[in-house]
Design a protein around this ligand. Structure first.
Ligand code: FES
Ligand code: FES
Length: 263
């Protein structure tokens, strides 16, 4: 057999020259590999394959955008309110805030939207005599209650004493915060007269009305921000209004018929 004779001959030669093994190995490692594809063909093929895998996996499990926030229609709910002495039967989206109900639905734009986050007090209104941030109050939660806005304070052509005091003492500049400031001032004067303590009230055992010092007024009005910095005039206005002979329940034309109902 020709093959066996050739192999035997090579083996004999290797035995005679053992260094030839290393030389052969070195030559074989230095020799270029014989790939069935050229380098260029391999790179192009790998790229196409990767794109294919990525595309197929993205089709198999599509990447979804975060939940779309399409506004959805909610079933309107009935609501009965007494606003500035007027009874209203309304039908509102249950997500409506009291502020939006007043401004958008009822066009009572005296109540202002400042921050819409309960931080500035521009939206302050009275609900059953209590001051609330209407931007944080859902209209549905005050069903059946009495709401007083800045439009409900004056008695016909006659200003409420707090309104008059703000005018007398320059308690405003641009006026944007003023409706909320005035409503808050009306409520705080009533609170002090009822003996409701604040964070700076020194004697909590004291019965009866609490004296409205500058410190008390500033603390009790601290939820109402004035970007114009009209604070000195506002404090002076509260002092003046506090000395006026008007009752705790005197918060507007319509509530005067039943002053105790508001507080
Ligand atoms: S608008 Fe309500 S607190 Fe600012
Ligand atoms: S008067 Fe301008 S923000 Fe108060």
């Amino acid at each position: 057999m020709q093959f066996d004779r050739e192999k035997t001959k090579r083996d004999k030669t290797k035995t005679a020259n053992p260094g030839d093994d290393q030389q052969e190995a070195a030559q074989s490692s230095a020799a270029p590999c014989e790939w069935p594809l050229s380098r260029r063909e391999f790179v192009v093929g790998a790229g196409v394959g990767a794109i294919g895998v990525a595309a197929s996996s993205s089709w198999a499990s599509p990447i979804r955008a975060p939940h779309a926030t399409e506004p959805q229609e909610a079933r309107a709910i009935p609501l009965a309110l007494t606003i500035n002495g007027h009874e209203k039967e309304l039908s509102v989206d249950p997500r409506t805030t009291l502020l939006d109900l007043l401004r958008e639905n009822l066009k009572l734009t005296g109540t202002k939207k400042g921050c819409d986050h309960g931080q500035c007090g521009a939206c302050t209104v009275l609900v059953e005599g209590r001051r609330v941030n209407s931007c944080l109050t859902l209209a549905a939660t005050v069903d059946g209650e009495k709401v007083t806005t800045i439009e409900g304070l004056a008695n016909g052509g006659e200003f409420h004493p707090v309104q008059a005091a703000f005018l007398d003492n320059d308690g405003f500049q641009c006026g944007y915060c003023t409706p909320g400031q005035i409503i808050s001032a009306v409520a705080l004067i009533a609170e002090a007269k009822r003996g409701v303590a604040s964070a700076v009230t020194r004697d909590l055992r004291q019965a009866g009305a609490i004296e409205l010092t500058d410190e008390e007024i500033r603390e009790r009005m601290s939820g109402n921000i004035c970007r114009c910095g009209a604070y000195p005039g506002i404090v002076a206005a509260v002092h003046q209004a506090n000395g006026e002979p008007f009752s705790q329940g005197d918060v507007g034309t319509h509530e005067k018929e039943d002053p105790s109902a508001a507080f």
